[in-house]
Design a protein around this ligand. Sequence first.
Ligand code: ADP
Ligand code: ASP
Ligand code: MG
Length: 467
Amino acid sequence: MIVMKFGGTSTQDAPAIANVVEIIKAHLHQKPIVVVSAIAQATNMLEKIGKFAADKNDREARETLTQLFSRHFTIIDQLIRHITRNRNLRSVLDAMREEIETIIKGVTILRELTPRTLDTLYSYGELLSSRIVSVALQDHGIQSEWIDTKDFMFTDENFNRATPYLDIIEEKLKSNLLHLVNNGVVPVTQGFIGITLSGRRTTMGRESSDYSAAIIGAALDVDDIQIWTDVDGVLTADPAVVPDAKKVKTLSFKEAYELSYFGAKVLHPNTMLPAIEKSIPIHIYNSRRPQSTGTLVTAALPSTSGVLKSIAYKRNITLISISPQKRIGQYIFWEHIQNVFTKHGITILASVTAEYGYSIAAEEKQTTQALLQDLNDVGIVSINEKKCIISVLGSSITQNPGVLNRIFGSISDFNINMISFGASQFSINIVLEDGDALEAVREIHSELFGEVFTDDIFEVLDQQKKK
Ligand code: ADP
Ligand code: ASP
Ligand code: MG
C-alpha cells in the first residue's frame, strides 16, 4: 500500500488531472490511497472570498466565487466524458456553491471572518478537487471512491492550525479504508482539512496537505509516502531562485525537517513527524516528469557527515532584541522572556544571547503588538524589521572545516545581522536584509554547489545538462 499526494499545480487544469490519472494508473499494483490539495490558487481565492464578504464587498466575493467555480466546471467539461458522471458531478458542485453562498451571506451580515468560518471556507478547495479526481479515475475505468476527511481526520478545535488526533485517525482509517484498498478500490481524499469531534471543519495550517498524506500513511503503515509536485524532488535550492539547482537524491528525516522548517516549500515540515514514527520512506516526485527518480527521505542513509545538501530561506523576518531594565538575575530575565514567547506561541527561528542581551529572529506575522507590549514589561525592546533568514542545511555541519569561511566569503558584500551556528548539527542560519535574500542565496549556492556533479548524493538534472 502507498499514499500518493498531489499538490495544487498537479491538479490545476484538465490536462494536469488527466496526467495525474495516468500516474495513479501506473501505480495501481501498489494499492494507492490518493490525497489531493485544492487546485492551484483555489485556497487563496476562498480566503479572498471570505475577506471580501467580511468587508461587505459582496460583489467582489461573488465574482471571485464565479471565477473559482468556472475553473472547476471547465475542468469537468474537458475531463469527464461520461454524460451521467459529468452531470452528477456538476450537481455536486452546484450544491457546494450554494453552501458557500450561504456562508458569504452570513459573513457579510456579521462583517466578521472568524478562524472557524475561514476553515469551513478553505475546506471547499480540497472537497472540490478530490471529487473531480475521484470521478476522473472512474471515467478512466479505475474503481475509485471519494472519501470525506470528516469521517476520519479528527483534530482539536484550534482552527487554522489544528492538531490531529492520531490514535482516533488510525482507528477510523483502519475500519473505513483498508477493506476498500484491499478490494482494488482507489480511495481519493483531501489533504489539509480535518474535522473536530463536534463536526466542524478545521485545517492544519497552509500547505499542510503533505502532512495529511504522512498522517494517513503512518496510520495505515504504508510502504511509501509519495509527494507529487512540480519539481524533480528536493533541490540544492529553490529552483525558482536558483535555476541551476541540483537534485538531492537522498535526505535523512532530520535534514528534510530542518530544510522545510527554514522555508523550503517543497515539503511541509510536519510531514516528517508521522513518517519518522513508523520509519516510512517519503519520495518527492515531479508529476510533470513521472519517469524521474525523485528524492528519497528516509532514516536508513549511509553517513554523509559534513556534507552540505541544500539552502533554504525565509523572508519577512523580524529581529527582536531585549535587554533588562535593571540588573536582575540573568536566568530570571531569560525565564521572563521565554514565558512571553511561550504565551504568544512564537516560533523562534534563531536566537543569540549575550551576558544581558537576547535577540531572536521570528516571522514578521508573529510579531504582534500584544507580544511587544508583554516584552516591554520585561525589558528594553528593539525591533528590526525587513530581514530574511538563510539556512544552509546538511549533516554534522560542524565537522566541515572551512565551511563558514566559504559561506561568509561568498556574501561578504552583504550586511549580516545575526548568525546561529552550532546549536544544531544540521543547519547554519544567517540573518540578512530582506532585500538581499535572493542574491545572497544565489551567491552561497554558487560557492557551495556550483561545482557539484552527479554522484551518490547529487544529480545534475537532464534539463540543465541540455543548456
Ligand atoms: P505543491 O503545490 O505540489 O504542494 P509547493 O508549491 O508547495 O507544491 O512546493 C513546490 C515548490 O517548492 C517548488 O515549485 C519550488 O519552487 C519550491 N521549493 C522551495 N525550495 C525548494 C527546494 N529546496 N527544492 C525543491 N523545491 C523547492
Ligand atoms: N490547499 C492548501 C493550501 O493552499 C493546502 C496545500 O496545498 O497543501 O495551503
Ligand atoms: Mg505544498
